[in-house]
Design a protein. Structure first.
Length: 329
């Protein structure tokens, strides 16, 4: 390889590493000096996407969303709440309480590397939290709610995020409870907010999305594979630590696939056969990528698997939301 080709490859790798750093992905480059880029890295923008999508699914399941300017602005504000604000709060809080683990697994992260001070991190957590509560209350008023459904959902989600990361409870110590809490945060909570914004949140939607969150448990397990060594050293009982990498990978994919199949069965029971068929068709490429990447080498291919297979899961969520909205659930 020529010197120019080597230089170009190095430049591309450096650019890719900086992008990963800003998105909050592993494999980031250390040494970032901009405090605002460091703050953004703590908020892990890559993790906002499922929450934003959850709002879309909730709006669809309400059956009342229209493409009017007002509804679009409502949805965009709810996405701001679920994504940058409350997910940003959750991720910053998690990094704050994971300093010791990150020092082992990802020492380039902002806190263990010393790129940002503890008081600055605490300030970021509080600003994001109270900004989220303010936006949630604003959305309740905008929607004309007599009971502050979205505000209560935001408070509940913030509390769940706290006990997930913080001692003495620290749900993430337990692979089952922690990952289900994470799955519910990614699927049920933003879905509830989106549904409540345009319709009436009811027990059927609440319970069904909590059931769907069991598929989210499988997605959450994927994130555990990058930190097996640190979790083992610090006594955190993630599924890869408890059952080994291979067994945990099978638990992960079976949980995702079986609970999606369960949702498809429910759609058949409410006479939404077309949507159920589409949902099951989306599971086929998902299973293919699970076999191609994840089951063969979970530690090496976790990111590649997430990029290839999980889009079919999130598309299935929208199909379910549309089915529920069409059925008037």
């Amino acid at each position: 390889m020529s010197n120019s080709q080597t230089s170009k490859t190095t430049e591309n790798e450096s650019r890719g590493s900086k992008t990963r750093q800003l998105l909050g992905m592993k494999g980031a480059a250390p040494g970032e000096k901009s405090i605002w880029k460091i703050r953004l890295q703590l908020m892990k923008p890559i993790t906002w996407i499922p929450l934003i999508w959850g709002v879309v699914c909730g709006a669809a399941s309400s059956g009342s969303f229209t493409w009017s300017l007002e509804d679009i602005l409502k949805a965009a504000t709810c996405m701001l709440l679920s994504g940058p604000l409350l997910t940003g709060y959750t991720q910053t809080l998690n990094d704050f309480y994971d300093k010791e683990i990150d020092a082992i697994n990802e020492p380039y992260r902002p806190i263990p590397s010393g790129a940002i001070s503890i008081p600055q991190v605490v300030t970021q957590i509080l600003v994001l939290l109270f900004a989220g509560f303010g936006i949630a209350y604003f959305l309740d008023r905008w929607a004309g709610h007599s009971f502050p459904t979205i505000t209560c959902t935001a408070i509940g989600g913030a509390f769940l995020a706290y006990i997930y990361s913080a001692p003495p409870i620290k749900l993430k110590k337990n692979g089952w409870l922690g990952n289900y809490a994470l799955g519910a945060s990614y699927i049920a909570l933003p879905w509830w907010a989106g549904h409540a914004l345009f319709g009436d949140l009811n027990w059927t939607i609440a319970i069904l999305t909590l059931f769907y969150s069991l598929a989210g448990l499988g997605i959450a397990v994927v994130n555990d594979f990058k930190s097996v060594e640190g979790d083992r050293q610090l006594g955190l009982k993630s599924l890869p630590v408890m059952f080994g990498v291979t067994t945990a990978a099978w638990i992960c994919v079976l949980t995702i696939d079986l609970f999606q199949a369960g949702i498809a069965g429910y759609l058949v029971s409410i006479h939404q056969n077309l949507y159920a068929a589409i949902l099951m068709l989306l599971v086929i490429p998902q299973i293919t990528f699970q076999d191609m990447y994840f089951l063969r080498d979970p530690l090496e291919n976790d990111v590649k698997y997430q990029a290839s297979a999980q889009p079919f899961l999130v598309l299935g969520m929208l199909v379910t939301g549309l089915a529920l909205g069409h059925a008037g659930i």
